[in-house]
Write a new protein. Sequence first.
Length: 189
Amino acid sequence: MLTMHYQITLPADYDMGVIRRRIAERGHLTDDLPQLAFKAYLYADRNQAYAAGREHRYAPFYLWRDTHGMNAFLGGTGFAAVVASFGRPPVHACSVWDTHVAPDLSIATHATCETLSIPRHTPLQATREAEQASAAADRDRGALASIGSFDPSRWTMTRFRLWRDAVMLSSADADTYQVGHVSQPSASR
């Protein structure tokens, strides 16, 4: 499995209603996408408490079963529509360490995403085990999905969570988003 995430930063005066309408009108188009475990349509509105003072963003997050599905999406009409509207964003893809996903993510309203450096002298397995413990603690706190992944080209790890309710993380580097829609093909079968 692998994750895929891109962030499109929007101007401070951007009408975020445009993004909410885009998600409402197009979100269902990935509900049955082959090889997709789920796609969370995420956005951050800098005028809302959860993202106060930060940037407006549109930032979809994907969990793919394999690279074939990801490659087909990136080469298809769905991603072409993103490029036509916003330009081609850098796409960050990571190898999955650990994933726990509720059978139905449709009740998720918020997401958190942190990208952290992997300490140079820490054994990778120790980092992975610590991340698995962090994911278990977050599931105990109510996370509907917890995904831990890493990028060996940059030696970073990403900690992604979907939540039923808004949460505040202690890390100033954590991004918090609202969830506009979740496509989860396995939930529709």
